[in-house]
Design a protein around this ligand. Structure first.
Ligand SMILES: [Zn+2]
Length: 250
C-alpha cells in the first residue's frame, strides 16, 4: 500500500515540474514534498535543491548531479524497439537520494535486504521502497512468458554488491540492493568492445535481449541498461521515477 501523500505535498505539487512530481511520488518513504521554488523536502526535514542552477558538461552531470540532472535524458517509451540509444537515461544518479532511501553504508543497506525467489535461486534485494515486492512481481510475470524466453533471465549473476562502477568513482546501484543482472551469456556490455574507453564515443550499439523480457521489468519499475548508449544489457535497476516521467502524472 502506498503511503497517503501529506496535504502539503498535494498542494505544493501544483506547478511543479513533471519530473519532480515523479521523483516525490516514487520515493514516498524519504521524500515528503516540494517547497517552491526549488526545494525537495526530505521526510527528516532536510531540504535539497532540485536544481543547483549550474550549467554542466555531461561529465559534471554524471559526477556532481542535482536531482533534476537525473532527468536530463528522457527514458524512451516501451514502443521504441529495436532501441537505438544515443544517450544514457538513468546513468546519472543523485547519490544522496539513494543513500537516504536504501542506506549509506553496507551495514545499513544489508539491514534492509530480503530474499526474493528467482527461478530456483534466492536473491537478496532491498525491501525498502517496495523493491523486493516489485522484483517478485517481475519474476511472476517472466514465468508466464513462452519457454523460448527463459534463457535470458533464469540465470542471474547478482543483485546486491557494494561497489563502484567499473572504471569510475561513482557507486553502482547494485550497492543499494536495487539492481539485478540476468542472462550474462546473452549480454552485451560496452566495455567488452575492444578499444572502448570512457573518453571515446560509445561503441556501436549491440543487443540480443528480446523486447518481451525488457517490457516485463519496465512494467514493474525497473529500467534497462540496454537503453543506454553505454549499453549494459544484462542490467536492470529499480528507477520508477524515470518510467513515471515518460508518461508523467497530470
Ligand atoms: Zn548490473
Amino acid at each position: 500500500m502506498p503511503l497517503p501523500l501529506p496535504a502539503v505535498l498535494v498542494v505544493s505539487l501544483l506547478g511543479l515540474p513533471d519530473a519532480a512530481t515523479c521523483l516525490v511520488q516514487s520515493y514516498p518513504e524519504v521524500l515528503c514534498g516540494f517547497e517552491a521554488p526549488n526545494s525537495l523536502v526530505l521526510c527528516n526535514g532536510d531540504r535539497i535543491p532540485w536544481d543547483d542552477g549550474r550549467s554542466k558538461t555531461i561529465d559534471e552531470r554524471f559526477y556532481e548531479p542535482d536531482p533534476e540532472d537525473m532527468f536530463v535524458w528522457p527514458y524512451p517509451s516501451a514502443s521504441e524497439w529495436p532501441p537505438f540509444p544515443t544517450t544514457d537515461p538513468g546513468r546519472i544518479r543523485f547519490e544522496r537520494l539513494f543513500e537516504a532511501a536504501y542506506g549509506d553504508a553496507p551495514a545499513k543497506v544489508t539491514e534492509h535486504l530480503v530474499t526474493v525467489r528467482w527461478f530456483g535461486r534466492n536473491v537478496r534485494v532491498s525491501r525498502r521502497n517496495g523493491v523486493a515486492r516489485h522484483l517478485q512481481a517481475v519474476a511472476t510475470d517472466l514465468d508466464r512468458l513462452p519457454r523460448r524466453f527463459r534463457r535470458y533471465f533464469t540465470h542471474t549473476s547478482g543483485t546486491y554488491n557494494w561497489r563502484t562502477i567499473k572504471g569510475s568513482a561513482v557507486r553502482s546501484l547494485h550497492s543499494y540492493g536495487i539492481a539485478i543482472d540476468v542472462g550474462i551469456e546473452f549480454s552485451n556490455y560496452w566495455r567488452w568492445v575492444p578499444g572502448a574507453t570512457r573518453d571515446a564515443a560509445p561503441p556501436p550499439y549491440e543487443n540480443r535481449f528480446p523486447r518481451e523480457v525488457v517490457e516485463v521489468f519496465e512494467r514493474h519499475g525497473f529500467i534497462w541498461g540496454g537503453r543506454w548508449a553505454h549499453f549494459d544489457t544484462m542490467h536492470f535497476e529499480y528507477r520508477p521515477e524515470l518510467l513515471c516521467a515518460r508518461s508523467p502524472p497530470r
